[in-house]
Design a protein around this ligand. Structure first.
Ligand code: SF4
Length: 424
């Protein structure tokens, strides 16, 4: 595998890795949110051989291998190419942001398995030179309904199953999500690309959010979709169990395994691949909420996998306070902080459990806030050797307190007790 290595400080990919404090971050985009078991084992091995063994599950349901070097990148590319996980070039890779429900094809309550549409859209994006001018964060969301919809994922274009092999087409525009109409599933990939090109033409940034309001009306008229005949919101099941053993009415199961702070090491990943192989499971699904899913045919196998996962440090219970806390990688992985963010986050998660604090927490090594863009009930922002603390905000908001990490056990506890009343 040859070719120049374009190393940038943003928008990581496999072809265009990002330099971080622990080396290059190489982002791998699985197809239709699924990693075949052989690929999972090979990625675990590659993470140890060509990186520092650390693997992230990102908020866009991708995997990142960390600690790769300029010397190990080319052999890593060879492995990724053999697994069908390497795009031809960085531009094509950057726009292949296609998210699908993690239980697609497994959940009997879904309206439509969106994986074939995801594959068709990926092929169309690869074949259309025009879409290469889309901004790197431009994204497509494909939601087939069912128990785990992709409600919280930001995306420029939404394709949502609405029954009778119809797909509702929407864009996340200047006034929020706007439905433009519906089309047949067989036409939805072509419509999605037409819509992306229309947004690119009309938006000053190339993103749907930046479209002038009048441009949305123009695009709607140009697409000429048939009107939606039912409410999209009615077909979604919000608040379903997301981790642990998930039982379906048809007698099948799925197991949801949360990765703490979205991080795994190669050893655990390799052991997980071995455990799944013993159970005859062919693939692992990825989700934007940093939880892996495996389809299971019987309860005994599900219980067995859960016991393994619990022992390996996965989150298998939605009530675990670690599901409510985001923390960036911190010192050792990123040169922008001297703070051990994930260590501090674990201490805060323990305290949240003991104090009964049920809100969300975000621990960030600096004001960039890589781990979370949404509001959190308490935000800890690294500033030199201490944290500034924001209440119900983001890293961009003003602090009401400061926290010395050496005093987490006392001052941190007091802070959570003080905030507890608002979140019990
Ligand atoms: S938030 Fe700051 S310290 Fe944390 S990973 Fe991002 S840049 Fe690094």
């Amino acid at each position: 595998m040859t070719g120049s290595v374009a190393i940038k400080g943003w928008c990581p990919g496999a072809r265009r890795p990002m330099q971080s404090g622990d080396g290059l971050v190489v982002r791998v985009r699985p197809h239709a949110g699924s990693v075949p078991l052989g690929a999972l084992a090979a990625l675990a091995d590659a993470a140890a051989r060509f990186g520092n063994g650390q693997i992230d599950l990102t908020r866009r349901a991708n995997l990142q291998l960390r600690g790769v070097t300029a010397e190990t990148l080319a052999p890593l590319w060879s492995v990724l190419a053999s697994l069908d996980l390497l795009d031809d070039d960085a531009e094509g890779e950057a726009i292949r942001n296609v998210a699908v429900n993690p239980l697609a094809g497994l959940d009997p309550t879904e309206i439509l398995d969106m994986r074939p549409l995801a594959r068709a859209l990926e092929r169309r994006l690869a074949a259309d030179a025009g879409v290469r001018r889309l901004p790197g964060k431009f994204g497509f969301l494909l939601d087939g309904g069912g128990r785990l919809p992709l409600l919280q994922l930001e995306a420029d274009i939404h394709l949502v199953a609405c029954g009778d092999a119809s797909i509702a087409i929407g864009l996340d525009g200047p006034d929020g999500l706007e439905w433009l109409g519906a089309t047949a599933a067989a036409d939805a990939d072509a419509i999605a690309v037409r819509l992306a090109l229309a947004i690119l033409k009309q938006s000053p940034t190339g993103r749907a959010r930046a479209l002038p309001s009048e441009a949305v009306a123009v695009i709607r008229a140009e697409l000429g979709l048939r009107p939606l005949d039912r409410s999209i919101a009615n077909v979604r099941q919000v608040g379903s169990q997301a981790r642990g053993l998930i039982a379906f009415a048809n007698g099948t199961y799925a197991v949801g395994l949360g990765a703490v702070f979205g991080r795994l090491d190669s050893e655990v990943t390799s052991e997980l691949a071995g455990e799944l192989a013993r159970l005859g499971i062919a693939e692992l699904r990825l989700s934007p909420w940093r939880t892996f899913y495996a389809g299971i045919v019987n309860r005994a196998d599900g219980e067995h996998l859960l016991a393994f996962a619990r022992g390996s440090g996965f989150i298998v219970d939605d009530a675990d306070p670690l599901t409510r806390i985001d923390a960036c990688s911190g010192v050792g992985c990123c040169s922008s902080t001297t703070l051990a963010t994930r260590q501090h986050a674990r201490v805060l998660a323990d305290m949240a459990e003991r104090t009964g604090f049920s809100g969300t927490l975000h621990v960030s090594g600096c004001a960039k806030g890589c781990a979370r863009s949404a509001l959190a009930d308490l935000v800890f922002i690294g500033d030199g050797d201490h944290y500034r603390v924001v209440r119900q905000g983001t890293v961009k908001d003003g602090a009401f307190a400061e926290l010395d990490p050496a005093q987490i056990a006392t001052a941190g506890h007091a802070l959570l007790m003080q905030e507890k009343g608002a979140h019990v």
